[in-house]
Design a binder for this molecule. Structure first.
Ligand code: M6R
Length: 364
């Protein structure tokens, strides 16, 4: 049931601290500060290449994970949306691992990609939320998310749980490949373990996000910008807004703005900038200032230090807790979900059952 919440989507957004903690519990051994994953019947250390395939929000979780697999395990990662992967004659050599990511475990395009990869001799890992699903059954290595049933068509808690699993998996692969020493693993686990509390702190900004939703609700187009692992979050923010509020939105890598989309900027296009403190902050802010210099109306989502440093001249700011860059994609999912939610409610759309969409897309 929806409990005290007006929509399943809101309930599921609020469940995130608990379900992410639940998911992390089965992938981290906190006493030893180690990741602990099910042991596959193939040699993880021999994996030479990773191919990630998924659709929609699950694809964006995969995009974030690409940064982690490359950074921690130093393994090359290809990523593609399932409907494209299947029809482009992908090159799959020995020693390849395919990771499919799917809330339902039944998405037809993703399943077809899995079967194709298997026929090409790839090992298959599946990050799925429904443990009895077809993908779960067909994988060599099942990595369940423990988000519980997700009812809202817009995926929320499944996404943050996918990120939790993928971060642990990246650390696990790094260890198997001898790229992660005990100290680095300990640090990684500690940062990951901070996610539930940080998600909770992010939820505390619900009312202030609701209060600024009108700034976006009247727009015809909205841009979302981010860099690095927060760039997929910009894509996710735009997808959430499109699917439930029917406002046209696009996510862009902040550094790509000057290569075209900046031509769109005027005072009618709200630009949501995702810029947590960290190594990419300054760069993101300079892209944001390029937007402002052209009259763009910026909503900055950052932490206290980021808002202090760059909040001036924005039409609104949303202050997130200050977190390690590893968990920023999880934490920053909350404000983009809440913003889409409140804009949709303000517009009076059917939040849980948006038009033309199904929860599980079982046709190719
Ligand atoms: O069940 P899956 O994770 O495979 O579903 C993939 C997409 O259909 C799904 O994420 C879709 O994009 C959501 N409606 C996004 O909110």
């Amino acid at each position: 049931s929806k409990g005290n919440h007006r929509h399943y989507m809101l309930k599921e957004i609020y469940e995130q601290p608990v379900v992410v903690a639940q998911t992390l519990r089965s992938y981290l051994r906190r006493m030893e500060d180690q990741v602990s994953l099910p042991v596959p019947d193939f040699d993880l250390g021999a994996i030479r290449r990773v191919t990630i395939v998924a659709c929609g929000t699950s694809y964006y979780a995969g995009m974030v994970a690409k940064y982690w697999f490359e950074q921690f395990a130093r393994v090359p990662v290809d990523i593609d949306v399932a409907s494209e992967f299947r029809y482009r004659a992908p090159v799959m050599e020995d020693g390849g691992l395919m990771i499919v990511i799917s809330q339902s475990g039944e998405t037809a395009d993703t399943l077809a990609a899995l079967r194709h990869a298997r026929s090409e001799g790839q090992k298959i890992a599946a990050v799925v939320n429904v443990p009895t699903s077809t993908m779960a059954r067909e994988a060599d290595l099942l990595l369940p998310t423990h988000a519980g049933p997700e009812i809202g068509v817009a995926s929320t808690k499944a996404f943050t749980c996918q990120l939790a699993v993928l971060a642990a998996f990246a650390a696990n692969l790094a260890r198997a490949k001898g790229r992660l020493d005990g100290k680095a693993e300990k640090e990684l686990v500690r940062h990951l373990a901070e996610a539930p509390a940080a998600l909770n702190a992010a939820l505390a900004y619900d009312e202030s996000i609701e209060a600024m939703a009108h700034l976006v609700a009247g727009a015809r187009d909205v841009l979302y910008l981010g860099r690095g692992p927060d760039y997929p979050l910009a894509l996710e923010g735009a997808l959430k807004l499109k699917e439930i509020s029917y406002i046209h939105a696009e996510g862009y890598a902040a550094g790509e703005m000057k290569h075209g989309p900046i031509a769109l900027i005027d005072d009618k296009v709200p630009v949501i900038v995702l810029a947590p403190s960290g190594p990419l902050f300054e760069k993101t802010v300079s892209n944001m200032q390029e937007v402002q210099a052209r009259g763009g109306k910026v909503v900055l989502i950052s932490d206290y230090d980021g808002v202090q440093a760059a909040g001036e001249g924005c039409i609104a700011t949303i202050t997130m807790p200050k977190v390690h860059p590893l968990i920023a994609p999880m934490v920053y999912a909350v404000p983009v979900q809440l913003l889409a939610y409140h804009v949709a409610v303000a517009k009076g759309t059917d939040v849980d059952q948006p038009r033309n969409l199904a929860k599980s897309v079982t046709v190719e």
